[in-house]
Design a protein around this ligand. Structure first.
Ligand code: SF4
Length: 342
């Protein structure tokens, strides 16, 4: 049922005809014409598009390449500028690592972005998936690219029964049995495309799938049973207060400490975030705080509920005042909007 050569041939044929055209992607016909992928641009696209949609990530990718055309430009940039350009993409540790990684490439690799998997894995913020992807796309290294999309496709094709995350390593090994030295970059991108467009989580369009005849889950009409996952515990909730000190449309902001969630980002003061609703004991100074309701924001591992309080202060108070929240992480944009609402 699983003839690897036939599966690869079917997938690559499908990719040649119907794979996605993405701004950073070198399509097979362009590659044949001599276009070479830029590892810096591929790296940016991979880091930015994790955990978000391509439509959301693409404007950021364009803006970064315009502001920092090379990895050395990014390394030389002020980190605060990089962080504020990242605002809205979430997962801010990634932005800090992005800047750090650019510095390492500048200082330890003569400003030339590495393209082999082993070296890529030594760089800050580059994990197995990103290293495998860059190496396959940019250096035609026969790496095993596995992301959530690939896990879904492979687990369905083989009706892989071990629940994730326990079965992740074995599923990865299974995926590796399909890797060959022939067109590894196109193969990896094809597999990711298949998962992103056809083999979708809830409604796979198996009729259009190049692996339909190989797919065990499809033959059993059990496509959505896979990947089997251990039942998730409900998302924990954390609570806190957020304080908006405002003067007309301007808000006083501060830089958060480097460590922890949203480390190094600009925000408004908050209390610590705890497992139970909090009180005012950590409020900055004593003011006439006006309650502005609650905002909710979902992070990867928890949901945050912040009770927002606002107070009018004099514009002469020293600090950083902003009237444009576009440089703030999304959670603080929500807080400021609530704090400024009448
Ligand atoms: S046949 Fe359906 S379930 Fe199987 S890999 Fe293709 S789209 Fe996914």
């Amino acid at each position: 049922m699983h003839n690897v050569s036939d599966m690869r041939a079917a997938l690559l044929r499908w990719y040649d005809e119907q794979g996605r055209t993405l701004p950073w992607r070198v399509r097979p016909e362009d590659r044949a014409a001599g276009v070479v992928p830029d590892p810096y641009a591929i790296w940016l696209s991979e880091v930015m598009s994790q955990q978000t949609t391509l439509a959301h990530a693409t404007p950021y990718w364009r803006a970064f390449l315009e502001a920092f055309p090379s990895v050395v430009d990014l390394a030389d940039a002020n980190r605060d500028v990089v962080l504020s350009m990242w605002a809205g993409l979430g997962y801010y540790a990634r932005a800090r690592n992005l800047h750090k990684c650019a510095g390492v490439v500048r200082d330890d690799h003569l400003g030339i972005f590495p393209t082999d998997e082993k070296t890529l894995l030594t760089l800050p913020g580059i994990g197995p998936y990103t290293a495998a992807t860059i190496a396959a796309i940019c250096a035609d290294e026969a790496t095993n690219i596995v992301d959530g999309n690939v896990e879904r496709v492979i687990s369905r094709t083989y009706a892989f029964e071990t629940p994730l995350p326990k079965g992740r390593k074995a599923l990865r090994d299974l995926s590796g049995t399909l890797v060959r030295a022939d067109r590894p970059g196109d193969y990896g991108q094809a597999l990711m495309d298949l998962g992103a467009t056809i083999c979708s989580p809830k409604n796979p369009t198996c009729l259009l799938c190049p692996w339909r005849e190989f797919c065990v889950a499809h033959s059993q009409s059990e496509e959505t049973k896979y990947p089997v996952k251990v039942k998730k515990k409900p998302t924990p909730i954390r609570y806190g207060h957020a304080y908006v000190l405002r003067c007309e449309d301007k808000v006083l902001v501060e830089r958060r400490p480097d460590s922890g969630l949203l480390g190094g980002m600009i925000g408004v003061p908050t209390t610590d975030w705890g497992d139970a609703p909090t009180d005012h004991s950590q409020a900055p100074l004593h003011r006439n705080w006006e309650s502005k309701g609650q905002i909710r924001h979902v992070f990867t591992h928890f949901e945050l509920r912040l009770d927002v309080f606002a107070a009018e202060i004099e514009a002469s108070v020293e600090g950083v005042w902003v009237d444009d929240t576009s440089g703030l992480p999304t959670v603080f944009t929500k807080v400021v909007e609530a704090g400024l609402a009448d």
